[in-house]
Design a binder for this molecule. Sequence first.
Ligand code: A2P
Length: 287
Amino acid sequence: MNTHVPQFALNTGASIPAIGFGTFQIPPEETQRAVETALELGYRHIDTAAAYYNEAGVGAALRASGLKREGVFITTKLRNVDHGRDATRRALENSLKELGLDYVDLYLVHWPVPSRNLYVEAYQAVVDAAGEGLVKSPGVSNFLREHLDRVIEEVGVVPAANQIEMHPGFSQAQLREYSRDKGMVTEAYSPLGQGKDLANPVITEIATRVDATPAQVVLAWHLHHGNVILPKSVTPSRVEENLAAASLSLSAEDIAAIDALSTPEGRVGADPATFEHPLTLDGTWNS
Ligand code: A2P
């Protein structure tokens, strides 16, 4: 596998491989095998979260791969129950222990949970941990513009990345443009709309015409817009197919046709304005 995956620059000076392997909903006992496969196929960026309960499998796969630590970009995320200065620090230490690592490349506040109003404190703790080298780049996830504005204003450090739901049916172009202007990279979770966007006739028509799969067309559209993508699949052939999307480029007309598919109702996951599921302790969570 020699697909060349582009790297995007983060505002910390680090660089992030534009295609990462997402591990949401991969059961803990299957995670090591899935991540080992992804690493064998050429992925060098793995995305996990404390709330996925599979960090240990990610760490085990990394060790089993024999790859150098600095050759693989690892992201994990803070659970909603762990917002707060001391709680965030403890949670990070626990994630590092689960992963078996002494630093993560990117640590994200997973959701703002506005009702708790602790996300600024949590992000401050992530920035402090970055100052100590436990985190290379501090970031956030599921932050709307108002949440981004508050952390930038109150903490004074622009997050390196905001990881949000993003796919043709819900492309969040305004938030992406705003983030770019501030110097943040946007990472797309559910980049395929949890598979739903793949049957869209606009996508399938382009795929047939350019001799690619619908997933590759959608992923190439993301890369064109500068989004880091985190497609997930438990099917090795698809894991490989998704990485190969880096070699596909689309015409301006095709990009515009896919841009036109977004609707305000297109969200397939939770709404960050209201999502507060603090009950990650039972291991079930709808990221
Ligand atoms: P599976 O894991 O059974 O291979 P998203 O990343 O947007 O959340 O989408 C994930 C869903 O899309 C999963 O159901 C996954 O199925 C499916 N999927 C991932 N990659 C591909 C692909 N290349 N072609 C078709 N379906 C895919």
